[in-house]
Design a protein around this ligand. Sequence first.
Ligand SMILES: [Fe+2]
Length: 298
Amino acid sequence: MTNTIQAIKLGFIGLDVVDIASMRRCYGDVLGLPVTRQESGEIYLSCGGDHHSLSLHSASKPALRHLGLQVAGEGSLRDVQRSLSDAGVPAQIEHDRIPGVPESVRIADVDGYAIHLYRDMARVEPRYTLSGIMPNKLGHAALYVRDPAAALAFYTNHLGFRWSDWLEDLFVFMRCNCDHHALNCIRSTKRGLFHFAFELRDWSHLGNACDMLARSGILLVNGPVRHGLGHNQAIYFRDPDGNLVELFCDLDRMSDESLGYFDPRPHHEDSPQRPKVWPHDIATGNIWGIPASDDFLG
Ligand SMILES: [Fe+2]
């Protein structure tokens, strides 16, 4: 077990992409993420002022390239590298490997996904464009994994995550800050991203996003929903490479870890709403009752 490393944010996602021009239009124009760096076959986009929250890398097939997790602390990451190595997790320090990130530690999680740990990332302007959907921030990544319990053990033991909810023994939701989840891991024979998500401001913003997506020829494949686990209001669409993208708001928050329950909300089933194991039924996926499409369920 590695006790001294505390992840505090899902900072960035890197995607291998096939149609980089269409992907740039989707994330740069429709979502309105400012492009902060562009070079041969690579585009970096911000969402809130970090150098980037999303990077697109030309490739022969779509894939999850890596995730970036910001970790607490200051200064060199030697302590992080040493602590992981001592716990049996191979970890390499890299300098300027990721644009905007002077120092990072690269590891592979229990499913082999590449994770870059970092403390500092360059700030950029503009932090937001004044066009497109303009999410608040990158919210979470949902990963296909072999064994969600093993994934949970890895992220809790080595990176300080806490579990927020389970869907039976199939799907585990994990937080590393007050947001209900920054990562979730679903049991599957597939590999890669189930979906990833950006946070919007409120229900009205979600409605405007639906209109903007529709005017761009992008149709929803799920939603609007209010999920059971996390209670986020959400919509889902597919980007030009076929990645499933969620836009959400009103996600559960645990402002005080010592209380051990999520901040009370009128739509909660429990009082207080504590982390728990949920049954697998339609009301868990969408407490408003509208079932997901076959495309969403894959
Ligand atoms: Fe999600």
